[in-house]
Write a protein that binds this ligand. Structure first.
Ligand SMILES: Cc1cc2nc3c(=O)[nH]c(=O)nc-3n(C[C@H](O)[C@H](O)[C@H](O)COP(=O)(O)OP(=O)(O)OC[C@H]3O[C@@H](n4cnc5c(N)ncnc54)[C@H](O)[C@@H]3O)c2cc1C
Length: 471
């Protein structure tokens, strides 16, 4: 077997043929790959930056993962866990080589239990497959990242993923009851249980949520479920200004309702859609909201009326309410077009996902516009107004060194302002290596140091997912 060349490694090159053979003994030779295609495919995520792994390993059991981690500590090579590989911050990218531990063979939903209102699943199942499976039983798993068809539950937990419905129901962390995970040194841990209450020791399952593949590798997940809402009603409201749309968002609480989804698109986003595939949206509008209410049929009918009233009182200049599933899908289609539409407005998109308290959305939107003017960038901004999580897209037209530098400065200023307003630099995409240079804007030095202490305690040899989160 060939010796694999390594560059830029802190550890000496240890993935030699002997290590590959040991990995093959653990998982079977057909589940270890050093082929170029497999390595390239598994050495990048949605950032589309390739940092080559030396090998890709596809274990099937917690015991195999444990043996791999023990071997990695003995022979000192890096391990990076991979889910669906559609993260936006480079979390699954093997920055310093070593092996990628791909979780796609952990692909079974183990149990859906209506009495306990839980689904027990392996981490390599897509969010979509879990949603479909539980809905077939009349149950509901709310976290709904737009990447649901590609992203895995393990990746969702590691990034604390969210989506439109998190406005009402909360993000992934609100649904994780228990986890089995393998520590970086190879111990198999069982944290939490299938109970909604748990006051038994430290909440280690919660520690794993948002840990970005740095503290352990999940192998089994117990997720809380809700009854499937009987009905849904979707509306679209157009406003002359972003301020009016934001005021409308704040008014729902006064009216006594919490929509399941409250999505906001600013003017640049509306125009990006109209340029991409015209949807009859007024180009001069300042912003639009997509609002969805769900629940029992009678409640939804009542809440839909409240939505209409609130939008009218908040000065909506246009209001469309879906009369059936087809019309609702057409409204959501507007939201789904956003990603490709915005992409077309420049050569490269710097995609950030700041979060601010809901009440501060108008201020951050005004600031983003100001940054667009200051640096000369188009910055379409859209996202989850219901929970203050906004996707800020700084569009580079040439993607040369000067523009990338200016883009970085604009992003830094936007992050600083978000934090000044009481927010954070990421609401759902995580830090990875893409946002590591900005972490100190959001967290104090003792806070970062405590995180590093936890990492060192759990991973004394720095084996798991090196180069992420901390610079
Ligand atoms: C078009 C598009 C739309 C998106 N929309 C959303 C959205 O609406 N909301 C949102 O939150 N995100 C969104 N994302 C970002 C991304 O999909 C999420 O971060 C998602 O949770 C990543 O899941 P994944 O399985 O692809 O993880 P990966 O990218 O494979 O990995 C992400 C991190 O999880 C770790 N990891 C993966 N599996 C495990 C495991 N079993 N144990 C421990 N660590 C593990 C990896 O090491 C890595 O650090 C979007 C991305 C794209 C490309």
């Amino acid at each position: 077997m060939r010796e694999i060349a390594k560059e830029n490694l802190n550890y000496p090159s240890m993935i030699d043929s002997a290590v590959i053979e040991q990995l093959e003994t653990i998982v079977g030779s057909e589940h270890v790959s050093t082929s170029d295609d497999v390595i390239i495919e598994n050495s990048q995520d949605a950032l589309k930056e390739v940092h080559r792994a030396d090998a890709v390993v596809f274990p099937r059991t917690a015991e195999e993962v444990s043996a791999i981690m023990k071997l990695a500590n003995e022979r000192l090579f890096y391990v990076t866990a991979r889910g669906g590989g559609v993260g936006y911050t480079g979390g699954a990218v093997p920055l310093r080589g070593g092996i990628v531990l791909a979780t796609r063979r952990f692909n079974r939903i183990l149990e859906i239990n209506k009495a306990d209102m839980v689904v027990v699943t392996e981490p390599g199942v897509t969010n979509y497959a879990v949603q479909q499976a539980v809905e077939a039983e009349g149950l509901f798993y709310p976290p709904d990242p737009a990447s649901w068809k590609d992203s895995f539950i393990g990746g969702n937990i590691a990034e604390n993923a969210g989506g439109p419905r998190c406005a009402k129901y909360g993000a992934t962390k609100q649904f994780v009851l228990g986890l089995d995970f393998v520590t970086p040194t190879g111990d198999i841990i069982r944290a939490g249980a299938r109970t909604t209450k748990n006051a038994t020791g430290y909440n280690l399952a919660a520690l794993m949520v948002g840990s970005e593949g740095m503290l352990g590798i999940m192998t089994r997940c117990i997720l809380r479920l809700l009854p499937l809402p009987e009905a849904r009603q979707t509306s679209l409201a157009v406003f002359e200004t972003a301020e009016a749309a934001c005021k409308c968002v704040a008014t729902f609480a006064d009216a006594g309702i919490m929509p399941a989804a409250l999505e906001l698109l600013d003017r640049a986003s509306i125009n990006a859609i109209e340029d991409f595939e015209p949807s009859g949206l007024p180009r001069s509008a300042g912003a639009l909201l997509i609002i969805e209410v769900d629940g029992l049929r009678e409640t939804v009918a009542r809440e839909a009326g409240i939505v209409r009233d609130v939008c009218a009182r908040s000065g909506a200049i246009e209001f469309r309410a879906a009369n059936d599933d087809r019309e609702a899908a057409a409204i959501w289609e507007v939201r789904r077009k956003l990603s490709p539409a915005v992409k077309r407005t420049g050569k490269k998109k710097i995609n950030e996902d700041i979060v601010v308290p809901r009440s501060r959305i108008p201020e951050i939107l005004a600031f983003i516009e100001e940054m667009g003017r200051k640096y000369g960038f188009l910055i379409p901004t859209f996202g989850h107004a219901g929970d203050g999580n906004l996707h800020v897209n700084v569009m580079l037209q040439r993607d040369d060194e000067h523009e990338r530098h200016e883009g970085h400065l604009a992003v830094r200023e936007i992050f600083e302002r978000a934090v000044e307003l009481g927010g954070l630099i990421s609401g759902e995409h995580g830090i990875g290596y893409a946002k590591a240079p900005f972490l100190d804007i959001a967290l104090t030095p003792p806070t970062i140091e405590l995180m590093k202490t936890i990492k060192r305690a759990m991973d004394p040899n720095g084996i798991l997912n090196p180069g992420k989160m901390f610079v």
